[in-house]
Design a binder for this molecule. Sequence first.
Ligand SMILES: Cc1ncc(COP(=O)(O)O)c(C=O)c1O
Length: 378
Amino acid sequence: MFSQRIGGLAPSPIRAILSVIDRPGMVSFAGGLPATSLLPEWSGTVPAELMQYGPSEGEPELRKLVSRRLTDLGLDAPAERVMVLSGSQQGIDLAAKLFIDPGTPVAVESPTYLAALQVFRFYGARFTGLDDLSAAALAYVVPTFGNPTGVCLTADERAGLAERCLASGTVLFEDDPYRELAYDDVDRTPIAARMTGGSWIYQGSFSKTFAPGLRVGFLTASADLYPSLVMLKQSVDLHSSRLSQRIVYDAVTAPDWDARLAGLASFYRNRRDDFEELLRRHLGGLASWTTPGGGLFYWLRLHRPVDTRSLLDEAIARGVAFMPGEEFFPGDPELGTMRLNFSHAATDDADRGLAVLADLLRTACPDSVYPLEFRSTT
Ligand SMILES: Cc1ncc(COP(=O)(O)O)c(C=O)c1O
């Protein structure tokens, strides 16, 4: 089941010893810990012990908190099987290390999250589709407002994927950083909640709901996988920033956290709606799209198969950045696709930027139907 490199994986003896040194009265000659009395104080509000090395799995209170939230979603995620990550990107690397040897079949959506493809490729994955999982060791999905498409899988699609993973013994790897950014009422039940008896990893992040710069994400996994993931984490960074974890913990336990989430969704829903209007105005005759029910992206299909990578330099020279869609394909790219983020730019800036993109596209495909033919599908 695991990659060949996992044969040599063993728990760090140092980490095992360090996990007991906080016991009252313990004299530690283990580990290279700085003297506690010399650790810096930070604004007087952060206890000095947070400046010391900490547990690889994460701060116990934060693990419990995440466990409670994930359990409420239907996942089998006791705190002992919740691990804090230095951003959920780290979970992708850990999973790839655990499963992928050169040539290992990994099933992915097409298109899918570019930085996951890059990691899987780096370890030698061979990409396959999600329809037939018979050969796939791992099935990686972003089922809820996915990156880059914004698509949210239906309840039937979720059930079907879980069934196929269970039938073929494929490990489900569900990457779910966008689930809280929901603008329409759609089913978001984690697929991993349907994986009883199978092997699975589910991960999320505080990047989109709180602060990406803190680099705090989390994962939970079935009992057969979790210990190996912890060992891999030990060798990557020992543990995630304790200060970041404390900041996240304080935010999530503050009385206004749920209101904050609701406020985010409402803010981004408005941004999405404004963006939709602007898209219709500027790109209605040049592209089609489906209005995303959540997340941060519009996925555009141009009416002409122009390779949007060829437009990027000129766009940047004119002060507009976008992601060419071609980059998100595991195999041969579909030409004429673009990912546009709508959460960051203020509406006036988006207006200006989309006008530039429309201009570039008209120049690149002069025979496109325009202006203002409305073709979006909502
Ligand atoms: C699908 C997906 N997974 C993982 C990540 C990484 O997020 P982070 O490492 O900030 O938690 C992103 C970031 O955009 C993403 O879109």
